[in-house]
Design a protein around this ligand. Structure first.
Ligand code: HEC
Ligand code: HEC
Length: 246
């Protein structure tokens, strides 16, 4: 009787998960733009109570919006499903993270990314990227940066959830000055553009003659094109480990 209920819970949980969570976490929770959840230990959801808090509130400052209204039963079912995935052995990770560190240094990724306080701030910080993203997403974000521009929040406003961060833009002021960079923030009347060297420009849209949103492009260079497949695996293994407990 009890065993049957547990199996029912997991099955219902799987359906709820595919409908509400898989867009970010991947079908079967194997990871996507959000981390895989088929792991024995979830740092932020170590206990079922902590898991319920995430289901009720989301993790808005880290890109997980609150996932609609779930009643107690639905919460229990989703948790039962996700925990059952973590109970099976994790897929072995290809690549050697120690070699990956060397490749990261050699390619100069640190010019634009901060890891544990070291590096430049033109791109997103990567200190806990392995906790934020699945490895398939990480692979795509270095192979084809434009395909995976991170989503986030504009000015902390939940209304702007889904705002594409780091969207490359080109603007021309009414005086004819041209600025290229990425969109750091935008609302109805203003636009902030950050250049790759960090310089931030704030414009009133009324003062701009032209605003070009370069959708489908990225400011991140495709440095990994020169890597052998095994080296790419090493680099991804390194990134996927950042922020996860050993
Ligand atoms: C809009 C994308 C999105 C959706 C939809 C989403 N999540 Fe998340 N979730 C994230 C992101 C991003 C993180 C990583 C936050 C961080 O940086 O730690 C996360 C983290 C989590 C964590 C913490 C993982 C850990 O390592 O501790 C859990 C648990 C979780 N999500 C469960 C769910 C469940 C269950 C659903 C569906 C009911 C869901 N999420 C829907 C984006 C999403
Ligand atoms: C000239 C600056 C620059 C260099 C050099 C650079 N990046 Fe990036 N990177 C960016 C920018 C800007 C973004 C955000 C836009 C995007 O995703 O394309 C980004 C995004 C990323 C992301 C996705 C982050 C997320 O949350 O979606 C990863 C992973 C990443 N870079 C890894 C690397 C690695 C590994 C290297 C070295 C091979 C590297 N970057 C070199 C600028 C750079």
């Amino acid at each position: 009787m009890w065993a049957a209920n547990v199996a029912d819970d997991r099955e219902r949980g799987a359906k709820l998960f595919d409908g509400m969570c898989a867009t970010c976490h991947g079908i079967g929770a194997t990871g996507g733009s959000a981390p895989p959840l088929n792991r024995p230990k979830l740092e932020r959801a170590a206990t079922d109570d902590a898991f319920r808090v995430i289901l009720t509130q989301g993790i808005p400052e880290r890109g997980m919006t609150r996932v609609g209204q779930l009643n107690d039963n639905e919460q229990r079912q989703i948790i039962a499903y996700v925990r059952s995935l973590g109970a099976t052995a994790p897929a072995p990770v290809r690549g050697d993270p120690t070699k990956g560190v060397e490749i990261y240094r050699r390619l100069g990724c640190a010019t634009c990314h901060i890891i544990n306080g070291q590096g430049g701030a033109a791109g997103p910080e990567l200190s806990s990227i392995g906790q934020q993203r699945g490895s398939a997403y990480l692979r795509q974000s270095v192979l084809d940066p434009a395909a995976t521009l991170p989503l986030g929040f504009s000015g902390g406003s939940v209304a702007a959830a889904g705002f594409t961060r780091y969207l490359p833009v080109r603007v021309v002021t009414t005086q004819g000055r041209e600025v290229r960079g990425y969109r750091a923030n935008e609302d109805t009347f203003t636009l902030q553009v950050r250049e790759l060297d960090g310089a931030l420009h704030s414009f009133r849209k009324a003062d701009l003659k032209q605003i070009e949103r370069l959708t489908g492009t990225s400011l991140m260079p495709e440095l990994v094109k020169q890597l052998a497949p095994a080296e790419l695996d090493d680099l991804i293994a390194y990134l996927a480990r950042l922020g996860t407990s050993p």
